[in-house]
Design a protein around this ligand. Structure first.
Ligand code: ARG
Length: 684
């Protein structure tokens, strides 16, 4: 049985079980309500009813998953009419996280298909309404395109009429308070604040939980510097972006494999080994004190370029290494180890977790993939090379699978990586994070892998590309003397600048040395990461410590300050989380003031934002959301007192519900920051 079939089977089994449980509970409710009337107001019945709703909700999720799985397994090839989505019928059935956007899509899919049953796949367009409360919280903008479709079928209509027809067919949903037709045919949707109250209560009780999604095995290839060469700012971008993507996918409970595709194989090792033999002849017995591997690389490269005898020896070293001679393997391992130690220092500082699996890992697998391509008649000879085209009609440029000297290339190893990840890792999603310059390479790898039948339907290779890091002069990021910037030096400078900033604000006088150090690191590494992540990754971005350490605007420093300020509100009111929870059980959680409701609805969007980012892998959306939370929080805090004091500054009244709102805001902000790989501090 294929794994897809197994998953379908498992899901079907779980669905059956959930169905059985639902039925049992329904029967019990029947019995209870028939037998006697004392059930009225019985908390037992309430509990059963709410459990029943929850099970129905879970059932709907499972049914959707089965649907998705079996169509992935290619079962429903004939076009069946789409199953009517199951809607939420009771807010209390929502468990923790809900994607409001998806639910609205379901509601309007039903409305539109019943208003226009003859239209095939009518567009269900739901968007956020933006900042003007006049337009509701979300909008359904389907009326305009539907009116166009009708016109094409010679049916007279105008968008406003279409909007009214949709509205008439919209099923009632507890998450919607009201809908209005506006302007040229927009449907403005106002959410019921009760959804926000319900979901935020969950977060207060259980913390921030992910929305349910179908679990996937995902390989993410990121960072991937090259041994003996320097790890440059381009690798820093890939490291920061890759780490954050991995965190988000793991938060959604996916099975994520984080791979460091180190450049640890290739002809450069010939000259490195030859140089090592000369400089440290005793290297096998005594570990050579190479502190600067890049300088070592430069020295050997100089000799390679200038000395013919050395060059020849370097070539023989490559041959010995590739044939696996122990002495040469030992020398190679030693050189890799020195590099790895350097890389690890950076990963430790930046809280990056990654598994080293470099190009050398694919040595034998490259031979296998070449064989497969040969057998499938996909390789062509071209001036002594073996090449492969992405399509039969030789469009664009081909991959070089075997060089004319018989050696392999970057193309060869990436064909091997994709095969390994599909067949051995059994992954479904393949993410590669590199600079934009490699975009073409990965498009071609995907095409060739598909042509070769290695990559199958439903599996996709995703290249997550990033622009170049520029200096403040808008030229390629370099040191003053024109050298490439060493990452460790850059991080050191970040630390120094962060400390200067904290001292400038007099924080060294209020924080303990331990707290100051924590704040310094959070600010330094946080600001570098956030500056990178908050820009659309495909664009180049300007690296500027001054900008990233600014405490106004969309920066990590601003957000970290905002968060500590929110955290300090309850602290000054001397209300602990336990107090809040006790109060929650006593009086529940309500949103009353307009500014509270606005903030509540923004917080409600967390699952929607996470799902979007996990799909398109554009992290700046998450940064924008974080910034939006802190702006809307400021608006709320300006308008609503959480604590009332008398003129002597004595607390006379605590408004617990507002402190609860502060707590949820802080938790969601902390979750977002941690998904971005940014450490938070309680004081700064
Ligand atoms: N080492 C490469 C570089 O420095 C990046 C490798 C990316 N991963 C891959 N499977 N090609 O550009």
């Amino acid at each position: 049985m294929s794994t897809e079939d197994q998953t379908v089977k498992q899901l079907e089994e779980r669905t059956r079980k959930a169905e059985k449980e639902t039925k049992e509970i329904e029967e019990e409710i029947e019995k209870l309500s028939k037998g006697d009337l004392s059930y009225i107001g019985d908390p037992g019945l309430d509990k059963l009813l709410s459990e029943n709703e929850k099970l129905k909700h879970r059932l709907a999720i499972l049914e959707n998953a089965v649907k998705a799985e079996s169509s992935a397994a290619g079962k429903s090839t004939t076009k069946e009419p789409r199953k009517r989505p199951t809607l939420i019928t009771d807010i209390n059935s929502i468990e923790g996280a809900i994607c409001i956007l998806d639910e609205l899509k379901n509601v309007f899919e039903i409305a539109i298909t019943s208003a226009y049953p003859d239209l095939e796949d009518p567009p269900v367009v739901i968007t956020l309404s933006g900042n003007n409360p006049k337009f509701g919280d979300y909008q359904c903008n389907s009326a305009m395109p539907i009116s166009q479709l009708l016109k094409a079928k010679n049916i007279k209509s105008n968008p406003r009429e279409v909007a009214n027809n949709i509205l008439n067919k919209t099923p009632t949903s507890p998450i919607i308070e009201r809908i209005e037709v506006a302007g040229a045919g927009f449907l403005n949707i106002y959410l019921n604040k009760k959804v926000a109250e319900h979901v935020l209560t969950y977060i207060l009780r259980d913390g921030v939980k992910p929305p349910p999604v179908k679990r996937q095995k995902i390989v993410i290839d990121f960072s991937s510097p090259n041994i003996a060469k320097e790890m440059h700012v381009g690798h820093l971008r890939s490291t920061i972006i890759g780490e954050s993507i991995a965190r988000i996918l793991e938060f959604l409970n996916h099975d994520v494999l984080r791979i460091n595709h180190l450049g640890d194989w290739g002809t450069q090792f010939g000259m490195l080994i030859a140089h090592l033999q000369d400089k440290f002849p005793n290297f096998k017995k005594e570990s050579p004190p190479i502190s600067d591997l890049q300088a070592f690389y430069k020295e050997s490269k100089k000799r390679f370029d200038e000395d013919e005898v050395f060059k020849k020896r370097a070539y023989t070293c490559v041959v010995h290494l590739q044939s696996g001679q122990p002495d040469y393997i030992a020398a190679w391992k030693l050189i890799c180890e020195v590099s790895r130690r350097e890389f690890q220092k950076i990963y430790d500082r930046l809280d990056v977790t990654i598994i080293d699996r470099g190009e050398s890992f694919y040595q034998s697998r490259m031979l296998v993939v070449i064989d497969e391509l040969k057998q499938k008649n996909l390789l062509e000879e071209d001036e002594g090379r073996l090449i492969m085209w992405g399509s039969e009609d030789h469009e664009g440029i081909p991959l070089t699978i075997v060089k004319s000297d018989g050696g392999f290339t970057y193309d060869t190893s990436d064909m091997a990586t994709i095969k390994q990840r599909v067949e051995e890792e059994k992954a479904e999603r393949f993410i590669y994070v590199t600079d934009m310059g490699q975009y073409g390479h990965f498009v071609l790898i995907e095409k060739c892998a598909r042509r070769a039948g290695i990559l199958k339907e439903g599996q996709k290779l995703e290249h997550v590309g990033s622009g170049v890091v520029l200096g403040e002069d808008k030229k390629k990021f370099k040191t003053r003397s024109g050298d490439t910037v060493k990452l460790n030096d850059l991080l050191e400078e970040g630390l120094k600048r962060a400390l200067d900033k904290l001292v400038e604000k007099g924080r060294d006088k209020v924080l303990t040395p331990e707290e100051l150090k924590q704040a310094q690191e959070a600010v330094a590494y946080g600001c570098i990461k956030y500056a990178d992540l908050s820009h659309n990754r495909v664009n180049d971005y300007i690296f500027s410590f001054d900008k990233m350490l600014d405490d106004k605007g969309n920066t990590a420093v601003y957000l970290l300050y905002a968060l500590t300020r929110i955290r300090s509100i309850a602290r000054t009111a001397q209300v602990s989380t336990e107090d809040l929870l006790a109060q929650l059980e006593k009086s529940g959680f309500k949103l009353s003031h307009e500014a509270e409701i606005k903030l509540g609805k923004v917080l409600l969007r967390f699952p929607e934002v996470i799902l979007k980012v996990s799909n398109d892998l554009f992290l700046h959306t998450l940064c924008e959301y974080l910034y939006e939370i802190s702006s809307v929080f400021t608006e709320f805090y300006d308008k609503c007192y959480c604590v009332e004091k008398d003129k002597d500054g004595k607390i006379v009244k605590i408004i617990y519900e507002r402190l609860m709102l502060c707590e949820v805001t802080a938790r969601i902000m902390e979750k977002c920051l941690s998904l971005l790989g940014i450490r938070t501090v309680s004081k700064m």
